[in-house]
Design a binder for this molecule. Structure first.
Ligand code: HEC
Ligand code: HEC
Length: 447
């Protein structure tokens, strides 16, 4: 069964118990699916043939291929681009340098943020997310505002959902791909023309001409767009992005047993009164049998402590506020969104060397301990202010700290209360999360 292509992302979202407005949201998302669903695979092959640029979207329904179908010629070209360090100003940085296929397409090292730029000495802004599993199921960015006041009081406004990046600012993978190619602290090309000039010198430039015609490089803007489509097809079609080879997948298929510790960890992860993790990191099969991706793609402000490893944080006026900027600009006026980041998948999370959007923690256990002790022992996580009080949620400007989630368990506790989990229980949950590691995934190297 080709479970990775089964359905649009919202299927798992619809089954989330955390959704307070399931109906409205899912109608909206399913509509988005419906619009893009039909005939997309023929569109994809038409792209190669006709050299036009159809609206390829990233919802799972954009692809109706079987999982064992051979990647298209466009995807094969995208793969060469993805692994080509020649497309960076340094000549040493490819997409795969930060998104290493051996590390679930996340960083191969434990740096909080990666180094880029012409001399590889410029820090990125955020930790590198894994590209496994999520890309073909990420819903389009949306925020639902409930206009019916009674309903709003009863249900509350839904948090926003979807889009690519920790802040959801890209709606398609081809738009996203332009960002690292042009960002001064990543692949650092001056402009699209600069990238295409490098592409023309690449060993595979003839593949590009074969697919798109001998004159393809004459119009550099259009050639740059085609490069984005090739990367997108690689990311959507290549089976290495969704191997489903973890022990937990085998467990869901009835082919493996969880150990005692893993089983206890799973129960704590699920328990709404204690961990409550599965309310956002969905861990059950979808109604159609699809295996869970451990995210609902929604945005939350968790109040992760400021990370001194990020040089930009030396400026006390700089704050990475996720949805409301500075990388994203269209939601800047929505102050209630400041501090929100997209829920990442927890598949392969145990192979990461840096956790959360700012890479603040470097072990899985510390990341888990932060969740259960953030409120019971805040002095452990946050610095003291001038008056000797704990500066809780210090990575947000003072007036926006009220945005941080204190309503979803286990983030509801108070100083001095017993944390939701003991250290032994943290160990059990970590054991469970290690069962989400794909067979081929390596652990990020500590530096
Ligand atoms: C220097 C490291 C670096 C390089 C090189 C890099 N990326 Fe990324 N990538 C990141 C970081 C960091 C993020 C998170 C960005 C954010 O939230 O602002 C990211 C995010 C992404 C995402 C969004 C994932 C999601 O689930 O939302 C995709 C897709 C992606 N990168 C693809 C690529 C492609 C394709 C290339 C090559 C053209 C590339 N990246 C090159 C560091 C890198
Ligand atoms: C209200 C939704 C929500 C709940 C409940 C929740 N998470 Fe998360 N989780 C998030 C979001 C959002 C992020 C990213 C936040 C950020 O980086 O600022 C995240 C990030 C993480 C990460 C870091 C992953 C990475 O790739 O860096 C881990 C580990 C994690 N969560 C585990 C858990 C565990 C364990 C629980 C239960 C105790 C839990 N989460 C409960 C929303 C949630």
């Amino acid at each position: 069964m080709a479970r990775e292509w089964l359905s649009c992302a919202p299927r798992s979202i619809v089954s989330s118990s955390r959704i307070r407005l399931g109906a409205a949201l899912s109608a909206l998302l399913l509509n988005a699916c419906g619009q893009h669903g039909e005939g997309a695979s023929t569109q994809a092959s038409a792209l190669a043939a006709s050299q036009t640029s159809p609206a390829i979207t990233h919802s799972a329904s954009a692809i109706s291929t079987q999982s064992n179908a051979a990647p298209s010629a466009l995807a094969a070209l995208g793969k060469k681009i993805f692994f080509d360090p020649g497309l960076s100003a340094s000549g040493r940085l490819s997409c795969a340098s930060c998104h290493s296929p051996d590390h679930a397409y996340a960083a191969p090292n434990a740096l909080a943020v990666q180094l880029g730029g012409a001399k590889l000495d410029q820090q990125g802004a955020r930790a590198v997310p894994s590209l496994r599993y999520v890309l073909n199921r990420t819903p389009l960015w949306s925020k639902v505002f409930i206009s019916n006041e009674a309903e709003r009081i009863l249900e509350g406004n839904e948090p926003p959902v979807g889009g690519f990046g920790w802040d959801g600012r890209f709606n398609t993978l081809h738009e996203q791909a332009a960002f690292p190619l042009l960002a001064a602290n990543e692949m650092a090309n001056a402009n699209a023309e600069d990238v295409v000039a490098k592409l023309q010198r690449a060993a595979y430039s003839d593949d590009f001409r074969q697919l798109f015609g001998a004159q393809v490089f004459d119009d550099r803007k259009s050639a740059f767009a085609k490069l984005g489509f090739a990367l997108e097809r690689f990311e959507l079609e290549d089976p290495s992005f969704h191997p489903y080879s973890s022990k937990y997948d085998d467990y869901l298929d009835g082919k493996a047993q969880l150990s005692e510790a893993e089983r206890r960890g799973l129960m704590l992860f699920d328990d709404p009164q204690r961990g409550n993790c599965a309310s956002c990191h969905i861990d059950r099969k979808g109604a159609d049998g699809s295996h869970p991706l451990f995210t609902d793609y929604q945005f939350e402000a968790l109040g992760v402590p400021r990370n001194p490893e990020i040089r930009a944080n030396r400026d006390p006026h700089y704050f990475d506020q996720g949805l409301c900027g500075p990388l994203r600009s269209d939601q800047a006026a929505e102050k209630k969104y400041c501090g929100m980041f997209k829920t990442p998948t927890l598949r392969n999370v145990a192979t990461r060397g840096a956790f959360l959007h700012n890479g603040r923690f470097h072990t899985l256990e510390d990341a888990l301990r932060f969740y259960v002790q953030r409120d019971t022992d805040p002095g452990r996580w946050y610095p003291r202010d001038a008056n000797g009080g704990v500066s809780k949620f210090d990575d947000l400007p003072m007036d926006l700290r009220g945005n941080v989630d204190v309503i979803d368990r286990p983030l509801t506790l108070h100083e001095g209360e017993a944390p939701a989990w003991s250290d032994a229980e943290i160990g059990d949950v970590a054991a469970f999360l290690r069962a989400l590691t794909d067979r081929d995934s390596k652990i990020a190297q500590t530096n």
